[in-house]
Design a protein around this ligand. Structure first.
Ligand code: SF4
Ligand code: SF4
Length: 437
């Protein structure tokens, strides 16, 4: 007689959670145990909480709020700016009621330093923002608002938690502006930047989308949200998800603006529970950085570096090269080593403005451990091992991490605690996402 396949249902897992009998582990905890050689059996884990945090261009907000009293209302808003960031009025005009409906892209920008991501964070942090409405009648409405006064505020992500991402190098001489670098990208093969939270990534833990599907409940920037379905450019090999959540419950430490050499971007975070329903899922949730490939692309054409140069041109790079092997998740600052330079190079490049050169303080809430300051600081006051990757036989230093693994670890732990305390209910998808199956 063959051995009986082990299985659980989501309902059974939920019952165990309700009775206080479920074992919920964060992906970080589970992977640490596997890495240390421990055998984690099917009966020993019911849910694994996964998470990701990083630059996600495909983020937009839908906002609906009052900008004028009814008697001062206008026919139609032609252009609307929030803190100078352009928004798209519509699609459902309500201006006769003094209300605007807006779509704001995370990548929309006021200037090279401030964009939609900064605006979203300002709203979530409870800050007042400036509103300017230019009407078709040629008038202008100027007011201020805050999230408290915006009854409908929803953040959507068209492309998130992609099953890890890529690393980039500039294979050519000189420098090039790119969304994958903070300073201009130096080449040839002088630096490497990358995205992806490796073994914490939700779709690495459930690559066949067996438990994550349409309607799955998630945490998006700390607020409860839902998966809508597959995201843009999702493929079976590299799936990604689309989802949304209300902005009112979000926490400012999990999203914000991120400056690149090609302009402002937006970063955000998701945490996703993976119920361990069968042994195949158990094997997936145990996957380690060492088993997850990190493709290295040329920033110019986004093709693999070394492609076409013959077999053996490119070495196999994994997420262990950038998150294990003595790499530090945190970037630290030692004020005593600061040289008080007249023109602080960190202040000019910190993509989230986490460092205040006047007070010499780093905001924990804003710092995303990207590492830009480590290579930029004159005195070595910022430090941390970002790792080195072998590309075409050359040791290329990591100069920028566009994902914050430290925050992903924290988020996975936050979700775990919420589940254990009964403050987050895991859900069964209402429909599977077929493309990834
Ligand atoms: S570059 Fe480094 S050493 Fe110089 S002022 Fe800035 S933080 Fe201090
Ligand atoms: S790691 Fe350095 S450069 Fe990056 S956000 Fe933090 S302080 Fe700024």
């Amino acid at each position: 007689m063959g051995s009986k396949k082990k299985k659980k249902t989501v309902t059974e897992v939920k019952e165990k959670i309700e009775k206080g009998e479920a074992v919920v582990l964060s992906a970080d905890e589970l992977c640490d145990r596997v890495r240390s050689g421990e055998e984690v059996k099917f009966e020993e884990v019911d849910v694994v909480t996964s998470a990701t945090c990083g630059v996600k261009s495909g983020t937009f907000a839908v906002l609906s709020f009052k900008v004028a009293e009814r008697r001062e209302a206008f026919e139609r808003a032609e252009r609307v700016f929030l803190n100078g960031v352009p928004a798209f009025p519509g699609p459902c005009p309500n201006e006769r009621l003094g209300i605007v409906d807006l779509i704001v892209y995370g990548t929309a920008r006021r200037d090279e330093k401030y964009g939609g991501g900064h605006l979203f964070r300002a709203l979530v942090a409870g800050e007042e923002v400036e509103v300017v409405v230019e009407t078709v009648e040629g008038g202008k409405v100027e007011t201020r608002t805050s999230l408290e006064e915006i009854p409908f505020a929803r953040l959507c992500s068209t492309r998130n938690v992609y099953k890890n991402y890529f690393a980039f190098v500039n294979s050519q001489e000189g420098e090039v502006a790119s969304i994958f670098s903070v300073r201009k990208f130096a080449g040839p093969l002088k630096e490497l930047t990358f995205s992806g939270c490796g073994e914490l990534n939700p779709l690495e833990k459930d690559p066949l989308l067996e438990t994550v599907g349409v309607g799955t409940r998630i945490l998006m920037n700390g607020a409860e949200g839902f998966v809508v379905g597959e995201g843009t450019r999702s493929t079976a090999e590299k799936p990604n998800l689309m989802g949304f959540a209300e902005m009112h419950g979000m926490l400012p430490e999990y999203l914000g603006g991120f400056r690149t050499s090609a302009g402002p971007e937006v970063w955000s975070s998701w945490a996703v529970p993976i119920p361990v329903l069968n042994e195949r899922i158990l094997e997936s949730v145990k996957r380690l950085d060492e088993e997850i490939k990190l493709g290295v692309l040329d920033v110019h054409d986004r093709l693999p570096v070394g492609a076409g140069e013959g077999a053996g041109a490119g070495e196999e790079v994994t997420y262990a090269d950038v998150w294990q092997r003595d790499c530090d998740l945190s970037v630290r600052f030692d004020r005593r080593r600061c040289l008080e330079c007249e023109d602080c190079r960190v202040a000019g490049v910190c993509p989230t403005d986490a460092f205040d050169p006047q007070t010499k303080r780093v905001s924990e809430e804003l710092c995303c451990n990207c590492g830009t300051c480590v290579r930029s600081c004159e005195g070595g006051a910022f430090y941390g091992n970002l790792g080195t990757v072998s590309v075409l036989g050359r040791a290329v230093p990591v100069t920028l991490r566009q994902s914050d693994r430290k925050r992903a670890v924290k988020l996975a732990e936050v979700l775990k605690q919420k589940i254990l305390e009964g403050n987050f209910t895991i859900s069964e998808p209402v429909s599977r996402i077929s493309k990834a199956v």
